[in-house]
Write a protein that binds this ligand. Structure first.
Ligand SMILES: Cc1cc2nc3c(=O)[nH]c(=O)nc-3n(C[C@H](O)[C@H](O)[C@H](O)COP(=O)(O)OP(=O)(O)OC[C@H]3O[C@@H](n4cnc5c(N)ncnc54)[C@H](O)[C@@H]3O)c2cc1C
Length: 491
């Protein structure tokens, strides 16, 4: 990613003079960025403070760079499968520095676009570390050591999270990769040990395997992506296994020695037995730690939750009057589209409306190949909540577009309320899953019954057209008959 240092707004000389703004935003992630451009476009004086990234994590070190690199890995997988498509080639090579350069070029382009938008909207981007000096007053330390003091009529805190590093003997000393370094690799790890089987671990594991790395995943749960329905977890596990990734579940890392990039040894305990693993690199993807330290939240009157996130109500107000929190630091679901919706909540509440975070849709997509996309209730949740539902589920073989692409792995499934036709949830483990989910989500927003999708005229052959065979298939009814969670199923 491009350093913002030379590109930030003209840096002012040190001043203890308090600069007044309508809105000061501490931490410049996606929600903050959209907030800055919107409020400034509405004539407000806005300053955004970020210590490192123009636009925060998403365009620099998270969503977009990872999807960029994952797409290069998809191209590599096509090379491997090329015979299947009737195309032969003598050989191919993967140049990780070329993969990295494509990603860097994209990030530079995004940085330029963001700076242009800052210029056009009149919002000020200030590169520097911020902390509260007093209620609604933020001090920024610029790269050259000079300081500015900014007071906002309102302040939004959105300092995000960072990769958590568990206190495992030898782990910190091994200098493990996080997603940041992994996305900057200019070499293919000979053997990558991935600790953590959540979004980041699974996406990176598949990509690195496709680049040619040997990959071993270690997760303490019984299943990968353990909050998903069991059939989804199993489909993911078999995908990764089929691609040659070794997966150790129910396994805890006991100790680490060596250094990532050179040679690392990891001792795991799995089902009561200790095992030694040797790899060349280690990637930690075991969750996130909120960036709250050194922010002076105490002097600002901003309280934290037990888990260390900023305490907010459903309007995203913190415990300090005039101070709001959005995005991951506010404990919101960890997705860029949610950070943008958090901005909308604050915007509505600051402009005379009332909008809350409760009850909103939280769609998401895991960018494995095929993708995993989900919205609404899954089966496990419906069962736990004692909701009577009908399950529609078809394999991707039923999708004619998928057949044209030779991408028939996976399935789509929908949870529909038992005694009416309302769609409660949808999951796709499929090529184009995120796009297919979007169509179902729009139907859910519109309150359409599933029959509207079943009976729609959808262009042929498209992946979305697969919703017709899905909703035309026989549904399995799952009815709660006794206590919560107890159920009978009948096709
Ligand atoms: C590898 C990876 C892939 C991901 N892929 C996806 C995806 O495909 N789709 C999706 O929806 N989500 C994805 N996410 C999650 C997504 O990136 C975040 O949820 C999203 O960017 C919102 O983050 P945020 O705005 O809360 O914080 P961030 O974007 O992290 O912004 C916080 C900012 O605060 C700054 N900051 C922190 N402390 C200070 C301080 N004291 N002074 C000044 N600045 C400070 C930081 O520099 C940072 O720029 C991914 C995450 C990771 C790690």
């Amino acid at each position: 990613m491009r350093s913002a240092e030379s590109r930030s707004s003209a840096q002012k000389p040190e001043s203890t003079e308090l600069e007044e703004f309508d809105l000061v935003i501490l931490g410049g992630g996606t929600g903050s960025t959209v907030a800055a451009w919107t409020f400034a476009g509405e004539g407000k004086r806005v300053a955004v403070v970020d210590r490192k990234y123009i636009g925060g994590s998403c365009p620099n070190i998270a969503c977009l760079p990872s999807k960029n690199v994952i797409h290069s890995a998809k191209v590599a997988s096509y090379f491997r499968r090329s015979k299947e498509f009737g195309i032969t080639h003598d050989n191919f090579a993967i140049d990780m520095s070329g993969v990295r350069e494509r990603k860097r070029t994209m990030v530079r382009g995004l940085n330029d676009m963001y700076l242009e938008n800052y210029k056009n909207t009149g919002a000020e981007f200030i590169l520097g570390a911020g902390r509260f000096l007093a209620p609604r007053t933020v001090e920024v330390t610029l790269a050259d050591g000079t300081r500015r003091q900014l007071r906002g009529a309102n302040v939004i805190v959105s300092t995000g999270t960072r990769a958590a590093l568990e206190t495992i003997t030898g782990l910190a000393e091994a200098q493990p990769l996080t997603h940041i370094e992994a996305l900057e690799l200019d070499e293919i790890p000979e053997h990558l040990l991935v600790i953590g089987g959540g979004y980041v671990g699974v996406e990176m594991a598949q990509a690195m395997r496709r680049f040619g790395s040997r990959v071993t995943m270690i997760d303490r749960s019984q299943r990968l992506m353990s909050k998903e329905d069991p059939d989804v977890c199993e489909a993911l596990r078999s995908l990764l296994t089929d691609e040659g990734i070794d997966i150790l579940l129910n396994a805890r890392v006991q100790r680490v020695s060596g250094r990532s990039g050179d040679s690392v040894n990891v001792v795991v305990e799995q089902n009561g037995i200790e095992k030694g693993l040797k790899g060349s690199h280690i990637l930690v993807a075991t969750g996130r730690t909120p960036n709250t330290e050194g922010l002076g939240l105490e002097v600002a009157g901003v309280e934290l939750t037990d888990r260390g996130y900023i305490k907010v109500n459903e309007r995203l107000q913190t415990s300090a009057p005039g101070v709001w929190a959005i995005g991951e630091i506010a404990g919101s679901p960890q997705f860029t589209h949610i950070s943008i919706d958090d901005f909308r909540v604050v915007h509505a509440n600051l402009t005379g409306g009332r909008r809350v975070t409760t009850g909103r849709q939280v769609p998401y997509c895991l960018f494995t190949d095929p993708e995993l996309a989900h919205i609404g209730l899954n089966e496990t949740e419906a069962q736990a909540q004692g909701i009577a539902y009908r399950l529609f589920k078809v394999p991707m073989e039923a999708n004619l577009r998928a057949r044209t692409l030779s991408e028939t792995r996976g399935f789509v499934k929908a949870v529909v309320e038992a005694d009416n036709d309302r769609i409660l949830g949808f999951t796709a483990f499929a090529a184009g899953a995120g796009e297919i989910m979007g169509a179902v989500q729009i139907a859910m927003i519109a309150g359409l019954p599933y029959t509207a999708l079943r009976d729609a005229v959808l262009a042929h052959p498209t992946l979305v057209e697969g919703l017709i065979p899905l909703f035309s298939s026989p549904a399995a009814a799952h009815n709660v008959v006794e206590s919560r969670g107890a159920q009978t199923s009948a096709a």
